[in-house]
Ligand binder design. Sequence first.
Ligand SMILES: [Fe+2]
Length: 467
Amino acid sequence: MSVLGLASSRTAAAIVVVLGLVLSLGVVCNGGKTSSFVRRVEKTVDMPLDSDVFKVPPGFNAPQQVHITQGDQLGAAVIVSWVTVDEPGSSTVLYWSANSKKKKANGKITTYKFYNYTSGYIHHTTVRNLKFNTKYYYVVGIGHTERKFWFITPPEVGPDATYTFGLIGEPMTQIRHYSLRIKPPEGTRRLFVGDLSYADHYPNHDNVRWDTWGRFIERSVAYQPWIWTAGNHEIDFAPEIGETKPFKPYSHRYHVPYESSGSTSPFWYSIKRASSYIIALSSYSAYGTYIPQYTWLQEELPKVNRSEAPWLIVLMHSPWYNSYNYHYMEGETMRVMYEPWFVKYKVDVVFAGHVHAYERSERVSNVAYNIVNGICKPVKDQSAPVYITIGDGGNIEGLATNMTEPQLDYSAYREASFGHATFDIKNRTHAYYSWHRNQDGYAVKADSIWFFNRFYHPVDDSTTAEP
Ligand SMILES: [Fe+2]
């Protein structure tokens, strides 16, 4: 055999080996399930401003856009927020339970300007020292038009407190999809993974949309606390119109109890609620080494006491594991920074939004890579969280339907539909998670899994996904 012949046969053998590897990789990597459900393509239309759901409540200086969130780290306080437009009015909240006298809490008023828009009077009042597991009534608008609402406080933090969270991302203002998620079949507290009003979608970031969205969600968030995470549509950075302070409308309107968890910023913080420890992170604030968010999270994770709050949940906007061709790899730099910690501290689940579709991962990690070793493939890891993308609340940009192919084995289930999910904590070892697609006006269960707690019951739960 000539030298040339020897070289060409070696080349041919190499090609066969490489082809074989590629083909076998294709088989190995072709993992999870891509739903066969295909949502009918339809025009994406935001609800018009004169829709009933945006109506201003009647009466002089009537409180509008009423919303509540947890007001301390343990769930014994609630931040009540609302807007008045005629005059500042009172920031007092009158509140009581069936077994208590009426009490008053006083708060503060803030306003802001954004280009040619001036906000109403935004009230934030924290009601403290509440009893756990108790229904409270509250009234705002004292002295003018009073409006009454209620909320139920969570059980005291403890390992066996049962609790259900609803999960949602995106503003839900697309006409055909709003009703199911605003009025869920069961009253749940919401973990919201970012992108609220989409005001930045309109000319000059029309801040009137922040007001209409606030009135739209009031029917839920005045009664059920929503736990906020900032998304990219909250940045409202618009130097072309002189608006250079990121998050200005969002941070004036939506307060969170960040100081009670030692955070110096409302964009990253933690709360405990029943048997869960919830950490909200900011995909759109600096997160590198030595930076405030980094040092806070570094100190925060060792504080998580799983024997007190077994379920460690992280909220962020931009997903780390996303196999759609939208926002692909946007979460990668934050993953590189924080994923080793998530594995070390055994986070149970990470919820993200941003991608307008649904996806659930297996428990995987990708933390071995160190620049020189070339090990950069996600591998199954029972110390790692499940990553769930739930950016499917509905919005004017429509669905993300284009997926990377083949579906890699870390991706357990994906579907381009609008939907919502619940995370139902049964006890310290088990939680039942289910995602429902909103199919032509009905909620249809499409994906569900039993979560086994990583601290109390860290056995493989990846095979428990129902067909
Ligand atoms: Fe987003």
